[in-house]
Design a protein around this ligand. Sequence first.
Ligand SMILES: Nc1nc2c(ncn2[C@@H]2O[C@H](COP(=O)(O)OP(=O)(O)OP(=O)(O)O)[C@@H](O)[C@H]2O)c(=O)[nH]1
Ligand SMILES: [Zn+2]
Ligand SMILES: [Zn+2]
Length: 415
Amino acid sequence: MTTVICPYCFARDRAARLGYRCLMSATGIRGGAKCDPERDDVWADFKGPAVPPQARMRGPVFDAPRTLRGSGGRAACPGCGVPTPVRVCRRCHSDLPSDYCDQDSRIIALVGAKATGKSTYVTVLVNELRHRVGGAYRASLAAMGADTQRRDRETAAELYERLQLPGATRPAALGFNDPLLYRLSVPARSRLGAGSRHTALVFFDAAGEDLRNAEAMDRYTAYLAAADGIILLVDPLQLPSVRDELAGTGGPPLPPVETSPQQIAADVAGQLRSHRRAGSRGRLSTPVAVALTKTDMLRPLLSPQSPLHGNASHHGGALDDADRTAVHEEVRSLLGSWDGGALHRQLESDFSDVGLFGLSALGAPPPPDAPADAPKSGPQPVRVEDPLLWLLARRNLLPVRKQGRAARAEGAGIA
Ligand SMILES: Nc1nc2c(ncn2[C@@H]2O[C@H](COP(=O)(O)OP(=O)(O)OP(=O)(O)O)[C@@H](O)[C@H]2O)c(=O)[nH]1
Ligand SMILES: [Zn+2]
Ligand SMILES: [Zn+2]
């Protein structure tokens, strides 16, 4: 049984029970009348006041019929009789991309304060998963739905062809953007032989400041509560002691001070707690990958042997546990030496499963004479994939090579 989580309102539903929307196409039957648009107030209320009145008129939504024998996932509209493939969420009436409902969904929540590097990170991460990392794991990533496909194309052209950073062409932080939907396929072995295992990945690029914005709050809480894993991006250049240490090194200018990472982490935990049933005490169990961004700026503070200088090898298409531990310990020791280790202590007190990471989406600071541009050589990312791969491995979606053992894939990948 496939369980689908609506990527817009996060309602959970069985794929078979999702609604349908009539496409209002001609019936092809003589005398048959096609459906007229109807006011979809459920959808319009969910989208908010920005929806103009004429856009509220949409194809009628109807419930899934009890049986769908031999229909290829289509259902005949009770109004006009024409089959439609368009599935809709029963709670918010958002249309779901056609291939979204064929596999279980995993929500990966991406949170970080303003200007932490979220947009740059997602663009670079998708590119790395498609090429270097995807190759190593024999995994593939496909954008689902026209919106994600268009956004992918636009952001890739901006960053990789025009060498412009995402912020340069966008208005101020957009708050709650529409989700990015991907289908991740990884090799899987099962009793029936070799095949692929598909997972729908849902990412949001949401500014952490919205955690405090009453309007965005409901959606945010549902989003975090539905998440299988959280990637919390932390800009180390926001930590007071890092700013002090770097101030004297004559490096690139530091960004203005935004909401502190501690504050964002505390708000995430607060939101998750508020959503949990009363009486559940103790630490939150959602795995949290906490990643320092912009590690290229930290080079003067790292030892030459630091594992944060280069990418993991991904040799043999498995996550290397020893490398994972080395990165975790390195970041733990860095956090311990900054501001008395307050951020790490707070994370440990709120969450029972914290992984620490360090990454650089660009590999180098933006050129000093063109701060809105990527480095001249293009993005040369370091370790952008680590947090997501760790979260996937936590859900048994990727094999892990344990320390001291030969390249034997542990557990994962066996459906
Ligand atoms: N040195 C360095 N700077 C980076 C890197 N990635 C992003 N930046 C800088 O951080 C700024 C913000 O990056 P964005 O990706 O727009 O950050 P964001 O979190 O999406 O920002 P909002 O949408 O405003 O919340 C960029 O303009 C760059 O100056 C990196 O890997 N290294
Ligand atoms: Zn929904
Ligand atoms: Zn119809």
